[in-house]
Design a protein around this ligand. Sequence first.
Ligand code: MG
Length: 221
Amino acid sequence: MTNYVFQNYDEKVSIGKIICLARTYQKHAQEMNTSVTDDPLLFLKPESSVIFNNESIIIPKMSSCLHHEVELGVVIGKKGKHITQNSAMSHVLGYVIALDITARDIQSVAKKNGWPWSIAKGFDTFAPISDVVLKEEISNPLDLDLELKVNGVIKQRSNTKFMIFSIERIIEFISEVMTLKRGDLILTGTPEGVGKIVEGDVIEANLRTICSLKVDVKKEK
Ligand code: MG
């Protein structure tokens, strides 16, 4: 069991399932030559893919093309099923800045063949997350600047206001499918600007001044 790291909070919360959304920003859907969907598009990452600040993303032997995707992460604080949009925020504990690292070469083959994305998204180290910021410290989660730099150069810069689903809608939809439990993590999808990362890169991501994450990239030995 791996626990979250909190800013200014000292309860132990272990990381549960990781539910990820795809195509939640119009411009990212466009850059992938695809379109947004009426309902959220979901996939899962294993808890074993989580790493924290100052750790390393490992390029696995099976892939030669990893992409960065910077995303707002929502940490669930209270268990629920069939959660309504009205009560959704009461199930949120806090937020992280997260990376949804993707083996784009493996994902492309999967997309062509109609296969699941579990391999492309599920390697160890493919879910770097920052410390958790409690929701009380964030007035509006749908007006947060998010930014990602590779070796000091800005590659992704957007705002969560461009997300096509509200957090309430995302929680409502996911909890129609599966029970959300304390410690579960929702990665809400990436804005445009995704790109390749290679061995030796240093990746920094932040929700403006609220929280930040720094990891580097190594190759599997
Ligand atoms: Mg993503």
